[in-house]
Write a protein that binds this ligand. Structure first.
Ligand code: ADP
Ligand code: MG
Length: 366
């Protein structure tokens, strides 16, 4: 993980003075392009991040996420376009002036310094007096629930504890915003989930504008006020986690954020409550489909639902969830259900009836 703190070229008070009645967007990209030779790592990127927002840039490897973060931190310069922080362009700020305002902190804690000294470091760099540093370090240790760990060396901490100290170190000097690049990528699943909850509560407590880069959809869904999905250097779609998941605009977003059944490939006419637009295909999420034995169920609500028959191809058990691959015509639909007491379990080869609400069908661009 890399944690980068960025100090504004102007103070928040100054930014407020510029726009007294308006909370300025903290961060704005205006048509930013970054070329590496013939490759556009980021292409015509425009976005704003509001004060206090937790925004995640989500996308596959190579989609330009890290480049966007590095542009914002000032470590690389845009080929075209402008970046504004607190309403002011930073593109024209010479690098020597920007360097003064930027503190770069790598994920790794200083191995030869105690946890306490690691936390003191950013304060020392800002010229904060020794007498003021210690109480701040102790307060910060309390906030990340590691108050008894100040005298330990980083090697005496677990991975999760090191991660919390890294976050604490990034936050201790009160930066106006926090940039996180794949912050939890190195942790195992359970720890990752704990840290997600912890990061969220830290964000709520500090109210700090946070821009997090990840390829992990679960992380993005859990943490963010808003997700920016990137694809090949461009924004594919941006919205709240729930809206993105429920109403993906494109097949790419539908597939990247969870699993999607694109119904286009199946040999039945899809019934839906909305008109399809040209260039779109119908899509339904696996958890919106119900599964039943052919003999078990009578069709009800026929005008609201759609019924199809199929044959189980595979059953995949995953703890609380059970997933079926069901052959329907020439295609395969994925059905996901929560495991429940008394539920019928279907075996490969069995014939089943699938049904879903017509209003759960979405149309996504291809
Ligand atoms: P992500 O973080 O989403 O994986 P990056 O921003 O690292 O993506 O990279 C986006 C694209 O830009 C990739 O095609 C990558 O190869 C290219 N790229 C990134 N940094 C450099 C660089 N320093 N020199 C040349 N190409 C680069
Ligand atoms: Mg990256």
């Amino acid at each position: 993980m890399q944690i980068v703190n960025v100090k504004l070229p102007i103070s928040l008070a100054e930014a407020d003075a510029l726009k007294p009645n308006d909370v300025p967007a903290h961060v704005e990209f205006r048509n930013v392009t970054k070329m590496y030779g013939a490759v556009a790592a980021v292409r015509d990127l425009s976005l704003t991040v509001g004060r206090g927002e937790f925004v995640t840039i989500l996308g596959p490897s190579g989609s330009g996420k890290t480049t966007a973060l590095m542009l914002l931190a000032g470590f690389v310069a845009p080929t075209q376009g402008d970046i504004l922080i607190g309403g002011n362009s930073v593109a024209a700020v010479p690098s020597y002036r920007r360097d003064q305002g930027i503190v770069f902190q790598s994920y790794a804690l200083f191995p030869h310094l105690t946890v306490g000294k690691n936390l003191e470091f950013p304060l020392e760099m800002r010229g904060i007096k020794a007498a003021e540093r210690l109480p701040r370090v102790n307060r910060m240790l309390e906030r990340v629930h590691l108050e008894d760990f100040g005298d330990r060396m980083p090697s005496q901490l677990s991975g999760g504890q090191q991660q919390r100290i890294a976050l604490a170190r990034a936050l201790i000097a009160d930066p106006p915003f926090l940039l996180l690049d794949e912050p939890l990528g190195a942790l195992d699943r359970k720890l990752r989930e704990q840290m997600q909850i912890e990061m969220k509560s830290l964000h709520q407590e500090f109210g700090i504008t946070t821009i997090c880069v990840t390829h992990d959809q679960e992380e993005a869904l859990t943490l963010s006020d808003r997700i920016i999905v990137m694809r090949a250097g461009q924004i594919e779609q941006t919205d709240t986690p729930e809206a993105l998941y429920d109403r993906p605009a494109t097949a790419f977003v539908a597939n990247f954020l969870g699993e999607a059944n694109i119904l286009d490939i199946h040999d039945f006419k899809v019934k839906s409550t909305v008109e399809s637009q040209p260039g779109t295909v119908p899509m339904i999420r696996p958890e919106r489909i119900s599964i039943a034995a052919l003999t078990d169920q009578k069709e009800t609500d026929a005008e609201k639902r759609q019924y199809v028959t199929g044959r189980i191809k595979e059953m995949i058990y995953a703890g609380p969830l059970r997933k079926y691959h069901v052959r329907v015509g020439s295609g395969v639909l994925i059905v996901r259900e929560h495991v429940a007491t008394g539920q019928k379990v279907f075996k490969p080869g069995e014939e089943v009836r699938l049904d879903w609400l017509r209003s759960d069908v979405r149309f996504v661009a291809i």
